[in-house]
Ligand binder design. Structure first.
Ligand SMILES: *[C@@H]1O[C@H](CO)[C@@H](O)[C@H](O)[C@H]1NC(C)=O
Ligand SMILES: *[C@@H]1O[C@H](CO)[C@@H](O)[C@H](O)[C@H]1NC(C)=O
Length: 258
Protein backbone atom coordinates (compact mmCIF):
# COMPACT_ATOMS: atom_id res chain seq x y z
CA UNK A 1 0.00 0.00 0.00
CA UNK A 2 2.69 2.44 1.04
CA UNK A 3 4.91 1.43 -1.89
CA UNK A 4 2.17 1.98 -4.43
CA UNK A 5 1.38 5.40 -2.94
CA UNK A 6 5.06 6.36 -3.24
CA UNK A 7 5.20 5.13 -6.81
CA UNK A 8 2.09 7.04 -7.78
CA UNK A 9 3.59 10.12 -6.17
CA UNK A 10 6.82 9.73 -8.11
CA UNK A 11 5.14 9.04 -11.42
CA UNK A 12 2.97 12.08 -10.88
CA UNK A 13 6.05 14.26 -10.41
CA UNK A 14 8.22 12.84 -13.15
CA UNK A 15 6.59 14.17 -16.34
CA UNK A 16 6.31 17.69 -14.87
CA UNK A 17 9.95 17.72 -13.83
CA UNK A 18 11.15 16.56 -17.24
CA UNK A 19 8.80 18.79 -19.21
CA UNK A 20 9.86 21.86 -17.26
CA UNK A 21 13.36 22.01 -18.71
CA UNK A 22 12.47 23.28 -22.16
CA UNK A 23 14.66 24.94 -24.72
CA UNK A 24 12.65 28.16 -24.35
CA UNK A 25 13.11 28.19 -20.57
CA UNK A 26 16.87 27.56 -20.88
CA UNK A 27 17.35 30.28 -23.49
CA UNK A 28 15.28 32.70 -21.40
CA UNK A 29 17.56 32.02 -18.43
CA UNK A 30 20.60 32.59 -20.68
CA UNK A 31 19.17 35.99 -21.71
CA UNK A 32 18.91 36.99 -18.03
CA UNK A 33 22.55 35.95 -17.54
CA UNK A 34 23.60 38.04 -20.58
CA UNK A 35 21.71 41.05 -19.23
CA UNK A 36 23.49 40.60 -15.87
CA UNK A 37 26.88 40.56 -17.60
CA UNK A 38 25.98 43.81 -19.39
CA UNK A 39 25.52 45.51 -16.00
CA UNK A 40 28.04 43.57 -13.91
CA UNK A 41 25.27 43.12 -11.34
CA UNK A 42 23.88 39.75 -10.32
CA UNK A 43 20.70 40.76 -8.43
CA UNK A 44 18.49 39.86 -11.43
CA UNK A 45 19.65 36.22 -11.36
CA UNK A 46 17.64 33.55 -9.56
CA UNK A 47 20.34 31.48 -7.85
CA UNK A 48 19.77 28.19 -6.01
CA UNK A 49 20.64 28.03 -2.30
CA UNK A 50 23.50 25.66 -3.16
CA UNK A 51 24.63 27.85 -6.10
CA UNK A 52 28.25 27.65 -7.29
CA UNK A 53 30.17 30.17 -9.38
CA UNK A 54 33.23 28.83 -11.18
CA UNK A 55 35.58 30.96 -13.26
CA UNK A 56 38.55 29.54 -15.15
CA UNK A 57 38.04 26.19 -13.40
CA UNK A 58 38.17 27.68 -9.88
CA UNK A 59 35.22 28.11 -7.56
CA UNK A 60 35.18 31.73 -6.40
CA UNK A 61 32.75 34.27 -4.97
CA UNK A 62 30.49 35.54 -7.76
CA UNK A 63 31.06 39.15 -6.67
CA UNK A 64 34.80 38.71 -7.38
CA UNK A 65 34.29 37.19 -10.83
CA UNK A 66 33.91 38.97 -14.16
CA UNK A 67 30.12 38.52 -13.97
CA UNK A 68 29.65 40.17 -10.59
CA UNK A 69 32.27 42.87 -10.95
CA UNK A 70 32.46 44.04 -14.56
CA UNK A 71 29.83 45.67 -16.80
CA UNK A 72 30.63 44.70 -20.38
CA UNK A 73 29.49 46.29 -23.63
CA UNK A 74 28.72 43.21 -25.72
CA UNK A 75 29.25 42.93 -29.47
CA UNK A 76 27.55 39.59 -29.77
CA UNK A 77 25.95 36.74 -27.87
CA UNK A 78 25.02 33.23 -28.94
CA UNK A 79 23.43 30.52 -26.82
CA UNK A 80 22.65 26.81 -27.11
CA UNK A 81 20.42 24.65 -24.92
CA UNK A 82 20.73 21.15 -23.49
CA UNK A 83 17.29 20.03 -22.33
CA UNK A 84 18.60 16.71 -20.98
CA UNK A 85 21.28 18.27 -18.74
CA UNK A 86 19.05 21.31 -18.07
CA UNK A 87 21.98 23.49 -19.07
CA UNK A 88 22.89 26.15 -21.59
CA UNK A 89 26.03 27.49 -23.20
CA UNK A 90 26.59 31.13 -24.10
CA UNK A 91 29.45 32.78 -25.92
CA UNK A 92 29.90 36.52 -25.34
CA UNK A 93 32.32 38.89 -27.04
CA UNK A 94 33.17 42.32 -25.69
CA UNK A 95 35.84 43.71 -27.99
CA UNK A 96 35.80 47.44 -27.05
CA UNK A 97 36.79 48.94 -23.73
CA UNK A 98 40.07 48.86 -21.86
CA UNK A 99 39.77 45.15 -21.10
CA UNK A 100 38.20 43.11 -23.90
CA UNK A 101 36.70 39.72 -23.03
CA UNK A 102 35.53 36.56 -24.71
CA UNK A 103 33.44 34.48 -22.33
CA UNK A 104 32.36 30.85 -22.63
CA UNK A 105 29.68 30.20 -20.03
CA UNK A 106 27.63 27.16 -19.09
CA UNK A 107 24.59 27.63 -16.87
CA UNK A 108 23.20 24.63 -14.97
CA UNK A 109 19.72 24.63 -13.52
CA UNK A 110 17.56 22.87 -11.01
CA UNK A 111 16.02 20.28 -13.35
CA UNK A 112 12.60 20.74 -11.78
CA UNK A 113 12.80 24.51 -12.23
CA UNK A 114 14.95 25.80 -15.10
CA UNK A 115 14.55 29.40 -13.92
CA UNK A 116 16.75 28.57 -10.90
CA UNK A 117 20.48 28.47 -11.63
CA UNK A 118 22.58 25.99 -9.65
CA UNK A 119 25.88 26.76 -11.34
CA UNK A 120 27.52 29.42 -13.52
CA UNK A 121 30.69 28.02 -15.04
CA UNK A 122 32.75 30.50 -17.07
CA UNK A 123 35.95 30.44 -19.06
CA UNK A 124 36.93 34.12 -19.22
CA UNK A 125 39.57 34.92 -21.83
CA UNK A 126 41.08 38.38 -22.01
CA UNK A 127 44.26 40.10 -23.16
CA UNK A 128 47.11 37.62 -22.72
CA UNK A 129 44.95 34.52 -23.29
CA UNK A 130 45.84 32.10 -26.10
CA UNK A 131 45.69 33.83 -29.54
CA UNK A 132 43.53 36.55 -27.95
CA UNK A 133 42.25 39.27 -30.25
CA UNK A 134 38.55 39.88 -29.62
CA UNK A 135 38.00 42.08 -32.69
CA UNK A 136 39.51 39.50 -35.02
CA UNK A 137 37.51 36.67 -33.41
CA UNK A 138 34.33 38.75 -33.67
CA UNK A 139 34.88 39.16 -37.42
CA UNK A 140 35.07 35.37 -37.91
CA UNK A 141 32.13 34.61 -35.62
CA UNK A 142 29.83 37.15 -37.26
CA UNK A 143 30.39 35.55 -40.67
CA UNK A 144 29.14 32.15 -39.41
CA UNK A 145 25.63 30.71 -39.32
CA UNK A 146 24.50 28.80 -36.25
CA UNK A 147 20.88 28.59 -37.35
CA UNK A 148 18.81 25.62 -36.11
CA UNK A 149 19.19 22.53 -38.31
CA UNK A 150 16.31 20.81 -40.10
CA UNK A 151 15.13 17.82 -38.06
CA UNK A 152 16.53 15.29 -40.57
CA UNK A 153 19.96 16.96 -40.37
CA UNK A 154 20.22 16.98 -36.56
CA UNK A 155 23.03 14.80 -35.20
CA UNK A 156 22.29 12.53 -32.25
CA UNK A 157 23.29 13.44 -28.74
CA UNK A 158 25.53 10.39 -28.71
CA UNK A 159 27.40 11.46 -31.86
CA UNK A 160 27.86 15.01 -30.54
CA UNK A 161 29.31 13.71 -27.27
CA UNK A 162 31.64 11.33 -29.16
CA UNK A 163 32.90 14.09 -31.45
CA UNK A 164 33.51 16.42 -28.48
CA UNK A 165 35.41 13.72 -26.61
CA UNK A 166 37.38 12.55 -29.66
CA UNK A 167 38.45 16.15 -30.32
CA UNK A 168 39.79 16.56 -26.77
CA UNK A 169 41.42 13.12 -26.95
CA UNK A 170 43.51 13.95 -30.06
CA UNK A 171 46.51 15.00 -27.96
CA UNK A 172 46.64 11.71 -26.03
CA UNK A 173 45.18 9.20 -28.53
CA UNK A 174 46.90 8.96 -31.91
CA UNK A 175 43.78 7.48 -33.51
CA UNK A 176 41.21 9.99 -32.19
CA UNK A 177 41.52 12.48 -35.07
CA UNK A 178 40.61 9.83 -37.63
CA UNK A 179 37.30 9.04 -35.86
CA UNK A 180 36.03 12.62 -36.35
CA UNK A 181 33.81 13.30 -39.39
CA UNK A 182 35.60 16.39 -40.73
CA UNK A 183 33.66 18.53 -43.18
CA UNK A 184 35.62 19.59 -46.26
CA UNK A 185 34.74 23.28 -45.74
CA UNK A 186 35.00 23.41 -41.96
CA UNK A 187 36.55 26.28 -40.03
CA UNK A 188 38.49 26.26 -36.79
CA UNK A 189 38.69 29.48 -34.81
CA UNK A 190 41.14 29.06 -31.91
CA UNK A 191 41.14 32.32 -30.03
CA UNK A 192 41.56 34.56 -33.08
CA UNK A 193 43.54 32.05 -35.14
CA UNK A 194 41.69 30.71 -38.19
CA UNK A 195 42.46 27.31 -39.78
CA UNK A 196 40.56 26.27 -42.89
CA UNK A 197 39.81 23.47 -43.60
CA UNK A 198 39.75 22.54 -39.93
CA UNK A 199 40.86 18.95 -40.48
CA UNK A 200 44.33 20.19 -41.49
CA UNK A 201 47.36 19.88 -39.18
CA UNK A 202 45.82 17.86 -36.35
CA UNK A 203 47.56 16.34 -33.34
CA UNK A 204 47.97 12.55 -33.29
CA UNK A 205 48.81 11.79 -29.68
CA UNK A 206 52.08 12.73 -28.03
CA UNK A 207 50.85 13.86 -24.62
CA UNK A 208 50.29 11.57 -21.63
CA UNK A 209 47.98 14.05 -19.87
CA UNK A 210 44.28 13.69 -20.78
CA UNK A 211 42.14 16.82 -20.95
CA UNK A 212 40.13 16.61 -17.73
CA UNK A 213 37.14 18.12 -15.86
CA UNK A 214 34.92 17.86 -18.95
CA UNK A 215 31.52 19.58 -18.68
CA UNK A 216 29.13 19.25 -21.65
CA UNK A 217 26.30 21.23 -23.17
CA UNK A 218 24.83 19.25 -26.06
CA UNK A 219 22.25 20.80 -28.42
CA UNK A 220 20.93 18.53 -31.19
CA UNK A 221 18.84 21.33 -32.70
CA UNK A 222 21.90 23.50 -33.36
CA UNK A 223 24.04 20.40 -33.93
CA UNK A 224 26.57 21.52 -31.34
CA UNK A 225 28.52 20.37 -28.34
CA UNK A 226 30.41 22.65 -25.97
CA UNK A 227 32.91 21.12 -23.58
CA UNK A 228 34.55 23.13 -20.82
CA UNK A 229 37.68 21.44 -19.53
CA UNK A 230 41.09 21.67 -17.94
CA UNK A 231 43.25 21.44 -21.05
CA UNK A 232 45.96 19.37 -19.41
CA UNK A 233 47.46 17.85 -22.55
CA UNK A 234 49.50 21.00 -23.19
CA UNK A 235 49.51 22.51 -19.68
CA UNK A 236 46.74 23.25 -17.16
CA UNK A 237 44.68 25.70 -19.22
CA UNK A 238 41.01 26.57 -18.54
CA UNK A 239 39.38 25.90 -21.90
CA UNK A 240 36.17 25.74 -23.93
CA UNK A 241 35.85 23.70 -27.13
CA UNK A 242 32.65 24.13 -29.11
CA UNK A 243 31.90 22.13 -32.25
CA UNK A 244 29.01 22.37 -34.72
CA UNK A 245 28.09 19.61 -37.16
CA UNK A 246 26.22 20.17 -40.42
CA UNK A 247 25.17 17.23 -42.58
CA UNK A 248 26.76 14.95 -39.97
CA UNK A 249 30.18 16.56 -40.48
CA UNK A 250 32.19 19.10 -38.51
CA UNK A 251 31.49 22.62 -39.77
CA UNK A 252 32.88 24.89 -37.01
CA UNK A 253 35.28 24.50 -34.12
CA UNK A 254 35.76 27.33 -31.60
CA UNK A 255 38.24 27.30 -28.81
CA UNK A 256 38.52 29.79 -25.96
CA UNK A 257 41.60 29.10 -23.86
CA UNK A 258 43.03 30.98 -20.89
C1 LIG B 1 21.69 38.80 -27.65
O1 LIG B 1 21.80 39.00 -29.05
C2 LIG B 1 20.57 39.15 -29.70
C3 LIG B 1 20.87 39.28 -31.20
O2 LIG B 1 21.45 38.07 -31.65
C4 LIG B 1 19.83 40.36 -29.19
O3 LIG B 1 18.56 40.45 -29.81
C5 LIG B 1 19.65 40.23 -27.68
O4 LIG B 1 19.08 41.40 -27.17
C6 LIG B 1 20.97 39.97 -26.99
N1 LIG B 1 20.70 39.69 -25.60
C7 LIG B 1 21.04 40.51 -24.61
C8 LIG B 1 20.52 40.15 -23.25
O5 LIG B 1 21.73 41.49 -24.77
C1 LIG C 1 21.46 21.84 -5.68
O1 LIG C 1 20.08 21.83 -5.47
C2 LIG C 1 19.32 21.44 -6.60
C3 LIG C 1 17.87 21.59 -6.22
O2 LIG C 1 17.59 22.95 -6.03
C4 LIG C 1 19.69 20.03 -7.01
O3 LIG C 1 18.99 19.71 -8.21
C5 LIG C 1 21.18 19.93 -7.24
O4 LIG C 1 21.53 18.61 -7.48
C6 LIG C 1 21.96 20.47 -6.06
N1 LIG C 1 23.35 20.50 -6.42
C7 LIG C 1 24.30 20.13 -5.58
C8 LIG C 1 25.69 20.26 -6.12
O5 LIG C 1 24.09 19.72 -4.46
Amino acid sequence: MRLSTTLTGLLGLLPTALAACTREALLASAEIYIAAQRTGKTDGLKLASNFTYRENNKVIDISKGVLGSTALVLDTNRSTADTVACASYTMLISSGGAKPYILATQLRHDDGDPSTITMIDTIAATTGSLFFNAKKTLGYIQAESWAPLATADQPSRDLLKKVGDAYLDMWTDKNAADTIPWGTDCERVEGSSLTKPCGASLPHGGSSQPNAMRRYVIDEVIGSVDVLCAFNSLGNYPDSHEIRLEGGKVKYVHTITV
